[in-house]
Each structure stands twice: as structure tokens, then as C-alpha cells.
Design a protein around this ligand. Structure first.
Ligand code: GTP
Ligand code: ZN
Ligand code: ZN
Ligand code: ZN
Ligand code: ZN
Length: 265
């Protein structure tokens, strides 16, 4: 677990048992039933929440430092005319597969390089390397996201060519990566049709911070219960400006929309 973003820290955890009787907080029932509510309610108490306060302060400091480094990265990239796209998703939704095909299809027209993020292994970097593209792998160990310092070090190691295209494949995780600006131009979230229509509602921060959502594995739509229109509606309920593209990284159906989107960035 990662100490910086507070995952694994239980102070912010809420446990709510859904129950059937909508009430206005008067609780005039005579039985005892301890429960938590989704909505904020008063609980006047006199003890200090020292630990919570410290955690919040530390998190704010970490994020402020991250954002400063991210701005430096952004300047560094802009100075070279490098277009950086941060690609995020849950594990296995198809980020590396999409990048492999993208490099094969448009790598001839424009230089491409890749920063690969994973907790362990060089597997993804090796897959990208096999396409002939420059790549660095960032292994985060216990960490669940890339941060701006990792990005800075990766950029130094990669040294992308002026006016090239840089893909950042973030660690497979729909939660923490949303918090960390890396200095990228745009954020792309990949979800696949096997994950369920409700992902944008369950991981709203990720979708709120995105510029584009790719619904991948469209070739599997006939076999799974996934509603693209409803997913689009959910995604736009957390971020009305979201662009949505449905495609298949393996068959290539719909993929031209992705290349058109990149060309417009
Ligand atoms: N049917 C189908 N399978 C796909 C598609 N894209 C990827 N896959 C498969 O999904 C699996 C995971 O794909 P990856 O590209 O490794 O996923 P990833 O998002 O890079 O995974 P992590 O790096 O572990 O987060 C592989 O077995 C792919 O072949 C697609 O469009 N259709
Ligand atoms: Zn985490
Ligand atoms: Zn009640
Ligand atoms: Zn991958
Ligand atoms: Zn984290």
C-alpha cells in the first residue's frame, strides 16, 4: 500500500449498511441499531482528531510538492514540443495492447516513446520494446500510481525526441493515479466492456479528471452485459466534457477515432 496517497489508511473509510427506511434523521425508533449514513450529520464530540489532521496535512504537502514537479515536467515537455498522454485504467483493460497497435499504426508518421508504469516486472516494457519504440519501465514496488518525480526521472532516462508523442501507461488502478498530475497534456481512461457499465459511478475521481474515455474490447460486446450508452451517460454525469470512443485494440474496430483524437491534441 502507499503512504503518500493514504490508501491503506482507514481514517477515511466509511462503512454504510444500505437500509430500506428513508428517514429524516429524527430516528424515533425504539430499537438500537448502530449504522452510518451516506449523508453528513452532526455528531458533536469533544475529543481531538489529531491523527486525522496530521494525515490530511501530510497528504496536502505531498500533493502540493507533486503538482510543483508536474508543472516543471509540463514546461520541460512543452519546451521540446512533446505531446504527453497519461493512459490510466484498471489492470488488464488493454492499455499495453492499445499502445502496441497505436505504435504499429501511427509510429511511422510520428516518433513515439513510452513510459511504462507497473508495480513489478519488465513485461509491458518488453512488449513495447518489441514494437521498436523507445521505452522506460517505472516499477513502483508497493506504490499504486506514478507520481511526478517518477515521471521526471523517467523523462531524463528516456530523453524523448523533440515534437514526438509520449504515452505514459500508468499503474493499473482506477483510484490513486487520478490524484497525481504527471505534467501530461491530457488524460485518457481506458475501461473494457468486461468490467461493467457502472465503473464511472464507482470510480468518479478518475473520470472527473479525464479528457477522454476509451471503451475497449468492443469485439466482446455481443457476449457481455455492457451498455455503452448508459456508461456514457454515467461518465458524463461526473464529467460533462468527456469525450468517449468505443473501440477494440485487438481487432482494430473503431480505432481511427482514437488516432483522430490524438491528432487534435
Ligand atoms: N477481446 C479483447 N481482448 C483484449 C483487447 N485489448 C486487450 N485485450 C486482452 O486483455 C488482456 C490484458 O491486456 P493488456 O493490454 O495487457 O492490459 P493492460 O491494461 O496493459 O494491463 P496492466 O498493464 O496489467 O494494467 C490481454 O489478454 C489482451 O489480449 C480487446 O480489444 N479485445
Ligand atoms: Zn492506492
Ligand atoms: Zn435508521
Ligand atoms: Zn499494461
Ligand atoms: Zn497510491
Amino acid at each position: 500500500m502507499c503512504a503518500t496517497c493514504g490508501c491503506g489508511d482507514e481514517t477515511g473509510t466509511r462503512i454504510t449498511v444500505p437500509h430500506e427506511h428513508p428517514h429524516d434523521h429524527e430516528h424515533p425508533h425504539d430499537h438500537e441499531h448502530p449504522h452510518d449514513h451516506e449523508h453528513p450529520h452532526e455528531h458533536p464530540h469533544t475529543h481531538e482528531h489529531a491523527t486525522e489532521t496530521e494525515t490530511v496535512t501530510l497528504e496536502q504537502k505531498v500533493l502540493a510538492k507533486n503538482d510543483l514537479t508536474a508543472e516543471r515536467n509540463r514546461g520541460w515537455l512543452a519546451g521540446r514540443g512533446v505531446l504527453a498522454l497519461n493512459v490510466m485504467s484498471s489492470p488488464g483493460s488493454g492499455k499495453t495492447t492499445l499502445l502496441e497497435r497505436t505504435i504499429a499504426d501511427i509510429g511511422g508518421q510520428r516518433r513515439v516513446s513510452v513510459v511504462e508504469g507497473d508495480q513489478e516486472t519488465m513485461l509491458d516494457a518488453n512488449r513495447i520494446k518489441a514494437t521498436g519504440c523507445a521505452v522506460v519501465q517505472v516499477n513502483t514496488g508497493a506504490g499504486c500510481h506514478l507520481d511526478a518525480e517518477m515521471m521526471r526521472d523517467a523523462l531524463t532516462a528516456l530523453d524523448p525526441e523533440p515534437n514526438s508523442l509520449l504515452f505514459i501507461e500508468n499503474v493499473g488502478n482506477l483510484v490513486c493515479p487520478a490524484l497525481f498530475d504527471l505534467g501530461e497534456k491530457s488524460r485518457v481512461v481506458v475501461i473494457s466492456v468486461t468490467e461493467g457499465t457502472d465503473k464511472p459511478l464507482k470510480y468518479p475521481h478518475m473520470f472527473a479528471a479525464a479528457n477522454l474515455v476509451i471503451v475497449n474490447k468492443a469485439d466482446l460486446l455481443p457476449y457481455v452485459d455492457f451498455d455503452v450508452d448508459l456508461c456514457t451517460k454515467y461518465a458524463r454525469s461526473v464529467n460533462p466534457d468527456l469525450q468517449m470512443i468505443t473501440l477494440s485494440a485487438t481487432t482494430g474496430q473503431g480505432i481511427q477515432q482514437w488516432y483522430d483524437w490524438i491528432a487534435k491534441q
